[in-house]
Design a protein around this ligand. Structure first.
Ligand code: C2O
Ligand code: CU
Ligand code: CU
Length: 432
């Protein structure tokens, strides 16, 4: 709805029951419904206001993952919404077209809230992306896919026992809140906006026949040019936009496959992240008819440009080890980093553990300058807000914070594998 020229959305976090498994009623949480939430869609330049009310039996927060916005509106642990309460952040959409998402961020229980069902997409549009010849008819040839995993007890309730060292790793794939989904395509070319909304699982996406597909976008929007691949790997919190072409009578399955170039190191003590698991995510049938879609545009995003010049940039390092970043666990009353200039910084993020982590930064999109120990098709192209780090990996990121200063309200950086995040693998920064 529109009020005084501003776009107003309402979200209500509620309890309910969902038919995730066919014929079984599972108690879940959702926004405006029993599981997940509506896709919010706004344009660059819009002023949006989202009225979030909490009808859950406990405190939650709603974070706009990937969004550039004032820290006070960010929806992290500093913006609690008490049961029965409402929170109404307002900000101007000031970034390029992208597939962002929203989810709870209450300190220590983010994994539980997301696992119970709270997550939704937030799609940003702009003129440049609208003018491209890419599928963009939402629900027709532009399809959101929220991929997750869950475990169920015999009676169909969610199994919420944390696995040792793993938290809530599921054994059942769930896509858009259901198991065994099928998509009957209506066109020969389909774009999937895929969000890894799992708490701990990394997905290695591949089609059952190994057909190539194009990656057209990553976390922060479109790539400069499509990348043709056969696999795409996304860790919790990451998004990838892909375009796949179908034959009229196609039958093909989007699957999760094991990591050929494994993200594990040979260490009996490392937790099992399910990296060898293989399962179907979505069966797809062709449209039965329709014209050959032709070649994809070769130029998608002319604003991306070369990597920024970071000569002389301020440097910071973030060592991720044993549920800590730089030897500290999250303390909501401690500010870990103060950013006092609008220029580029180079952040060196090191995974010092024998298992995977990823690294997410609020308020901004960064560019990946380098990543060693690259794994199967890591997503490092374009604007990113979350990056997967194999054991021992070191990434350098070009990051900057150009506005929205505040000494009072911090933003977060953290591992987005939610068990790690909830254990305190998180720090806070202020932009002053
Ligand atoms: Cu998607 Cu700090 O979160
Ligand atoms: Cu975030
Ligand atoms: Cu981690």
């Amino acid at each position: 709805r529109t009020v005084d020229g501003n776009t107003v959305f309402s979200l209500e976090a509620v309890t309910g029951t969902s038919e995730i498994l066919p014929g079984v009623a599972t108690p879940t949480w959702g926004y405006n419904g029993s599981i997940l939430g509506p896709t919010i869609r706004a344009r660059r330049g819009d002023i949006v206001r989202v009225e979030v009310s909490n009808r859950l039996p406990e405190m939650t927060t709603t974070h706009w993952h990937g969004m550039h916005l004032p820290a006070r509106m960010d929806g992290g642990p500093h913006q609690p919404i008490l049961p029965g309460g409402t929170w109404a952040p307002e900000w101007r959409i000031d970034q390029q077209a992208a597939t962002l998402w929203y989810h709870p961020h209450p300190h220590g229980v983010t994994g539980k809230h997301v696992y119970r069902g709270l997550a939704g997409l937030f799609i940003v549009d702009d003129d440049a992306s609208d003018s491209l010849d890419l599928p963009r008819d939402y629900g027709v040839d532009d399809i959101p896919l929220i991929v997750q995993d869950r475990r169920f007890d015999d009676d169909g309730t969610l199994d919420e026992t944390d696995l040792p060292d793993m938290g809530l790793l599921g054994d059942t794939p769930v896509v858009n809140g259901v198991t065994d989904p099928h998509f009957a395509a209506m066109a020969r070319r389909v774009r999937f906006r895929i969000l890894n909304g799992a708490t701990m699982r990394v997905f290695n996406l591949r089609f059952s026949d190994g057909r190539p597909f194009a990656i057209v976008g990553s976390d922060g929007g479109l790539l400069d040019t499509p990348r043709t691949v056969e696999n795409a790997c996304i860790s919790p919190g990451e998004r990838v936009e892909i375009v796949v072409d179908l034959a009229a009578d196609d039958k093909v399955t989007l699957r999760n496959v094991r990591f050929a170039d494994s993200l594990e190191v040979d260490d009996g003590d490392a937790p099992d992240f399910g990296l060898d698991d293989e399962f179907d995510l979505l069966t797809i049938s062709g449209p039965g008819a329709g014209e050959d879609p032709g070649a994809l545009p070769t130029e998608l995003n002319t604003t991306l440009g070369a990597l920024p010049d970071t000569d002389g940039a301020r440097r910071r390092s973030f060592d991720m080890e044993w549920f800590q970043i730089n030897g500290r666990r999250m303390d909501i009353s401690r500010v870990d980093e103060v950013i006092d200039h609008p220029g580029w910084e180079v952040w060196t993020v090191s995974n010092k553990d024998n298992w995977i982590h990823n690294f997410h930064v609020h308020d901004t999109q960064f560019r990946v300058l380098s990543l060693d120990r690259t794994s199967t098709t890591p997503l490092t192209d374009g604007w990113k807000d979350t990056i997967l780090l194999a054991p021992g990996a070191v990434a350098t990121l070009a990051v900057r914070f150009t506005d929205y200063t505040s000494t009072r309200w911090p933003y977060m950086y953290h591992c987005h594998m939610m068990y790690h995040e909830d254990q305190g693998m998180m720090g806070q920064f202020v932009v002053v």
